[in-house]
Design a protein around this ligand. Structure first.
Ligand SMILES: Cc1cc2nc3c(=O)[nH]c(=O)nc-3n(C[C@H](O)[C@H](O)[C@H](O)COP(=O)(O)OP(=O)(O)OC[C@H]3O[C@@H](n4cnc5c(N)ncnc54)[C@H](O)[C@@H]3O)c2cc1C
Ligand code: SF4
Length: 325
């Protein structure tokens, strides 16, 4: 059952910040994750402040050489935008893999970055470490969908499909609060549990994401998103990859290898990037890069299968970017 809360829909950013100043307030964008969290008692709210009255936060615009995506732009709009499709296929493909058509029509890109984790203990009636409790129930429990990289005290995987794609594109988010605005790279927007297991993002009380800026792609960039999941209906990633390769002939000049379904935050594999950069995209380079991506994996009792899943998926995806298959 939903708890009782007051619902406010301001028409200006200033009023949003005034309303968000008090504790116990929650931001509402499309509501696809927020309402589930409130319904399931993941957290409570005395007041819910909708962003839907802020029309300026919707839509995709060219901003000099960068593309600006307003935080209220729906996932469907991101997926279908012709500029995103043409210049940033990795983002269009990632958006197309989010949830179901209905949820993509309702859910926003800002909400996608700010959504809460999907760990079943956290979403259930367990007062785990992330909720302020003493322990992580996943460590000795059912952990087949948890992380294999970057876990520390808490072992969630980050649920967003668009975050790894945005990270592979070196995108930044604009954060606005009552004291002003700041730009933060998507790569630094989510907080790893080693830093603070009770926090998902760098947002402070009262701050919101207003837009995402993606720089123009470098010449010769190829990109792809892949999501492996247990079923073809809506589901979160068991393993996923957002890849961008800047090619010079058949040589990888620069690259980003970002994994989803692997770690508590979208995980940039510097080991895989190192194995690719400056090398011809041969089968051997690809095999070594896929192996390097998993060299620091530390699986829990039930999720060791993810290592071979990631290796196989990365070999396939890099092969496709090399023009094979
Ligand atoms: C059945 C189901 C399946 C799903 N599958 C996937 C999936 O496969 N992949 C995936 O990536 N996601 C998935 N989602 C998660 C999510 O609902 C969507 O990704 C959606 O994009 C969230 O956007 P929203 O606008 O509905 O967010 P909301 O529900 O409105 O908000 C989500 C959270 O972000 C905060 N928030 C929202 N906007 C802002 C902002 N601009 N600034 C600061 N805080 C903000 C809210 O306070 C809330 O805590 C799924 C959700 C459901 C219910
Ligand atoms: S993995 Fe994180 S969210 Fe899940 S039970 Fe452990 S501490 Fe809680």
């Amino acid at each position: 059952m939903l708890p009782n809360f007051s619902y406010i829909r301001p028409e200006s950013l200033k009023e949003v910040h005034r309303q968000l100043a008090s504790d116990g307030t929650r931001v509402h964008a499309g509501g696809t994750d927020l309402l589930g969290c409130l319904h399931d008692g993941v957290f409570g709210a005395e007041k819910v402040v909708s962003l839907q009255g802020l029309k300026e936060l919707s839509g995709i615009r060219q901003n000099g050489s960068a593309l600006r995506i307003g935080a209220l732009t729906t996932i469907t709009e991101v997926e279908r935008d012709s500029r995103v499709k043409e210049l940033y296929p990795v983002l269009s493909q990632a958006a197309s893999e989010v949830a179901s058509p209905q949820l993509r029509h309702q859910g926003t890109i800002g909400g996608n970055l700010c959504q809460k984790p999907r760990c079943w203990y956290y979403r259930g009636e367990f007062h785990c470490l992330r909720k302020g409790g003493e322990k992580c129930f996943a460590i000795g429990g059912e952990n087949q969908f948890h992380c294999i990289l970057g876990g520390s005290r808490c072992f969630i995987v980050h649920p967003s499909d668009t975050a790894p794609a945005l990270m592979a594109l070196d995108a930044e988010v604009r954060i606005v609060g009552s004291k002003g605005s700041r730009m933060v790279p998507v790569a630094e927007f989510h907080v790893p549990p080693a830093e603070d297991p009770q926090r998902e993002t760098v947002l402070e009380q009262g701050e919101i994401v207003t837009e995402i800026l993606i720089p123009s792609p470098p010449k010769g960039m190829r990109s792809r998103y892949r999501k492996v999941r247990a079923r073809q209906a809506w589901d979160f990633a068991l393993a996923g990859s957002a890849l961008t390769l800047q090619m010079e002939g058949n040589t990888v000049k620069d690259c980003r290898v970002v994994l989803s379904g692997a770690a508590p935050v979208s995980w940039r594999s510097r080991e895989a990037e190192e194995a690719l950069r400056g090398r011809a995209l041969t089968e051997e380079t690809i095999r070594k890069a896929a192996a390097a991506a998993m060299e620091n994996a530390r699986p829990l009792r039930e999720n060791g299968y993810k290592i071979s899943l990631f290796k196989g998926m990365l070999e396939e995806e890099l092969g496709k970017l090399a023009g094979r298959g």
